[in-house]
Design a protein around this ligand. Structure first.
Ligand SMILES: NC(=O)c1ccc[n+]([C@@H]2O[C@H](COP(=O)([O-])OP(=O)(O)OC[C@H]3O[C@@H](n4cnc5c(N)ncnc54)[C@H](OP(=O)(O)O)[C@@H]3O)[C@@H](O)[C@H]2O)c1
Length: 244
């Protein structure tokens, strides 16, 4: 694919580390003007040092008003990736209200907030656009000790389909990608124990976890015009896990 995002302003949330960081670097390599939003300044400073063309925004996505203000300050945005996410692992019976609120706040409510601001401006400008939300295989398969994380990603898939329905008439496409385990900090949290890892690997037909670049490639495709008729899908990047 010959991808070029020259002239496009692209917002990536959760770009301080992991998948979001590599995605920001790749989108900048494809000549997009990338705005990298995250919570920890140190991570954003390191990203900007790696690629000084990337502009950074430090905000906690749990803060509704501060987030809206921060996103408004970088409008107009042509392409949006809601990538930020949190996972807190706990047996179902031990989940606390605070854990529930944090996971739903970052993984679902912040997507609504950021997307309202960005899509509202796209509609005003009649520019169209593409939004990709980073979901998970956990939206469609129950994983032990991940009850609220699974619920949050299911909610994100359906929020994304509802967005696709309402924003489609404005030529704004909304899709999700749903990766299997990727060995970022979040991936290590759930899967560095070799017994747990083996039990997951045995259910993935390709017999391995995913690479960050494999997620980035799919996001790039969904952001680009190469996917111009794709709207409202949840694309597994899971080596076949969800097919079994
Ligand atoms: N890794 C996996 O196995 C896997 C599998 C399927 C789906 N996913 C999804 O992929 C996405 C990226 O995950 P990852 O593995 O790259 O995770 P990660 O390495 O933990 O990075 C998460 C990023 O989100 C940011 N973030 C978290 N809470 C935030 C908040 N309140 N405000 C602003 N930013 C916040 C973090 O900010 P800081 O830099 O400040 O920490 C960090 O930059 C997530 O949505 C995750 O659910 C991951």
């Amino acid at each position: 694919m010959n991808i070029n995002f020259e002239g496009k302003r692209i917002l990536v949330t959760g770009a301080g580390q992991g998948i979001g960081r590599d995605l920001a670097l790749r989108l900048s390599k494809y000549k997009g003007q990338v705005f990298a939003l995250s919570k920890t300044k140190k991570n954003l400073d390191s990203l900007a040092a790696t690629d000084p063309k990337i502009r950074t925004i430090c905000v906690d996505l749990c803060e509704w008003d501060a987030t809206r203000k921060a996103v408004q300050s970088v409008l107009p945005i042509d392409l949006l990736v809601n990538n930020a996410g949190v996972a807190v692992l706990a047996p179902f019976l031990d989940v606390t209200p605070d854990q529930f609120d944090l996971i739903i706040s970052v993984n679902v409510k912040a997507v609504l907030n950021v997307s309202q601001v960005v899509a509202g401006s796209m509609i005003e400008r009649k520019s169209g656009g593409s939004i990709v939300n980073i979901s998970s295989q956990a939206s469609q398969a129950a994983l032990k000790d991940h009850s609220v994380y699974c619920a949050s990603k299911s909610a994100l898939d359906m929020l994304s389909k509802a967005m696709a329905l309402e924003l489609g008439p404005h030529n704004i496409r909304v899709n999700t990608v749903n990766p299997t385990v990727i060995m970022t900090e979040m991936g290590k949290l759930g899967w560095s124990d070799s017994e747990k890892a083996q039990s997951m690997l045995s259910k993935i037909p390709l017999g391995r976890f995913g690479e960050v670049d494999e997620v980035v490639d799919a996001v790039v495709y969904l952001l680009s015009n190469r996917s111009s008729m794709i709207n409202g899908v949840s694309l597994p990047i899971d080596g076949g896990f969800l097919a079994t």
